[in-house]
Design a protein around this ligand. Structure first.
Ligand SMILES: O=P(O)(O)OC[C@H]1O[C@H](OP(=O)(O)OP(=O)(O)O)[C@H](O)[C@@H]1O
Ligand code: HPA
Length: 189
């Protein structure tokens, strides 16, 4: 789905499809170089990071293992609850593994802070982070990001995996909805 398909819902686009593709290409080249000859495990946080995981993993030139974890800190709205809940754990041990966490967005930073600490405490050999988007002005905790993405303003965004109330994940770019869309939860147009 493109912006043009849902133009009446969209206030403005923040990151275009070509911009996403360019970033993913650049990061994939760097990751492929940095982890050449190493056994890399990519860990993505469901559901938001699925598109980023797919795009990044396909752009790599090295073989990697893909694993998924489901954590939640956001309910139906736009505010983080501040508490991390594990909905689905990893299917494998991370002991002694080199891990790259693939995330769609850093907002408060609480999800990543928790995950980095958790993977380190499980005995990972290394834990690094790639996040497609970063709302730097909203960080509440510190997170080191080896592969930074686009810094975006303090606006609730949708697209490329990111949802509002489970909608708009299949938009192929990153956008801000019209204010009325954030109120009409669940209504179809
Ligand atoms: O930096 P934070 O404030 O912790 O926010 C970032 C997290 O919030 C979103 O996930 P969400 O809990 O909405 O679940 P989802 O990916 O299934 O939409 C997003 O995908 C990140 O994982
Ligand atoms: O801006 C956002 N959009 C969607 N999900 C999110 N989770 C944290 N921030 C956001």
């Amino acid at each position: 789905m493109r912006i043009a398909d849902i133009q009446s819902h969209i206030d403005h686009e923040l990151v275009s499809k070509p911009q996403i593709e360019e970033l993913i290409r650049r990061v994939a080249a760097q990751v492929s170089q940095d982890y050449a000859g190493k056994d890399l495990l990519l860990v993505a946080v469901l559901k938001g990071a699925v598109n980023t995981m797919t795009a990044l993993s396909q752009a790599l030139t090295i073989p990697v293992q893909l694993e998924f974890m489901s954590l939640s800190s956001y309910g139906a709205g736009t505010q983080s609850s501040g508490t991390i809940t594990v909905r689905k754990d990893l299917d494998c041990s991370v002991r002694g593994r080199h891990i790259l966490i693939v995330e769609d967005i850093i907002d408060s930073g609480r999800t990543l802070r928790w995950l980095v600490d958790e993977l380190n405490s499980r005995g990972a050999a290394s834990v690094e982070v790639f996040a497609l988007l970063d709302k730097v002005s909203r960080h509440e905790v510190q997170v080191d990001v080896k592969y930074p993405g686009y810094v975006i303003p303090d606006e609730f965004v949708v697209g490329f995996g990111l949802d509002y109330d489970e909608r708009y994940r299949n938009l192929d770019s990153i956008a801000v909805l019209k204010p009325q869309e954030y109120q009409d939860q669940g209504e179809q147009s």
